[in-house]
Design a protein around this ligand. Structure first.
Ligand code: SAM
Length: 233
């Protein structure tokens, strides 16, 4: 197993001086991404099981994403977005505008992977903010584990719908964890003129407990779908 972890005490300007734990993900022995985690902190400070699955999909699609405009929502440590940037996509990362520490952490993750030029912007789901409006049309939106609070589902889809109206041929690639069989977004998808296609994890060899030399996604049941704008009949 090639998961590398090392603990480093670091001053990041917070009074608590968090420990970083560096996790390394290696894709096909060709690309290695190392991300610092701060455990027990905000949700966006560590890698969620969905992230490695989406990162593996991005890696599988690397030929198709070169020079594409890619935006990651709720990026946190930004593993899928960093893989996309390493594969030649023009990436912007985002997380909630109300979580500056999380945004700072996304920047830290980029810098740690020699990607200091990747923009990190505050985009809160459901808010059609000046920051969202000022983005150029996006080809691919990435979202790993952004459907985890049912009360946020519509806000996520509002943002997706806005972005796909800007570029109707755009796609939202998202992985999610099945936490309750009661949760559904079907009605909301129709409301916001969106449609989705499930992507079997078998197709990109992600139906495994351990991906990219890591211990993730473990036993979690992860699904992937591609969301696009509904086409007129
Ligand atoms: C479950 S974590 C997933 C983080 C990362 N995508 C991953 O899979 O490792 C959810 C992410 O969504 C962000 N988030 C939560 N509420 C948000 C909101 N209203 N708008 C934008 N981002 C939000 C969190 O800060 C966090 O980074």
């Amino acid at each position: 197993m090639s998961l590398l972890t090392r603990k480093i005490r670091s001053n990041v300007g917070e009074s608590a001086r968090p420990y970083f734990i560096y996790k390394t993900f290696t894709f096909a022995n060709a690309l290695t991404v190392s991300v610092p985690e701060v455990l027990g902190s905000q949700y966006g400070m560590y890698v969620w099981p969905c992230a490695v699955v989406l990162a593996q999909y991005v890696w599988t699609m690397r030929e198709n994403i070169q020079r594409k405009k890619v935006l990651e929502l709720g990026a946190g440590v930004s593993l899928p977005g960093i893989v996309a940037a390493k594969c030649g996509a023009d990436v912007t990362l985002s997380d909630s505008a109300e979580l500056p520490l999380c945004l700072e952490h996304s920047r830290r993750c980029c810098e740690h992977n020699d990607l200091p030029g990747v923009p990190v912007v505050g985009l809160t789901w459901g808010e059609i903010s000046p920051e969202l409006r000022s983005l150029p049309p996006v080809d691919i939106i990435l979202g790993s584990d952004v459907f985890y609070e049912p009360e946020d589902f519509e806000d996520v889809l509002v943002t997706i719908s806005f972005l796909l109206r800007r570029n109707p041929s755009g796609q939202f690639w998202t992985t999610y964890q099945e936490r309750s069989s009661d949760w559904t977004i079907e009605t909301l998808m129709n409301k916001w003129n969106l449609q989705c296609t499930d992507v079997s994890l078998d197709v990109f060899h992600a139906n495994k407990k351990h991906l990219a030399g890591s211990t993730l996604p473990g036993n979690h049941s992860i699904q992937m779908m591609i969301v696009t704008a509904q086409t007129m009949m």
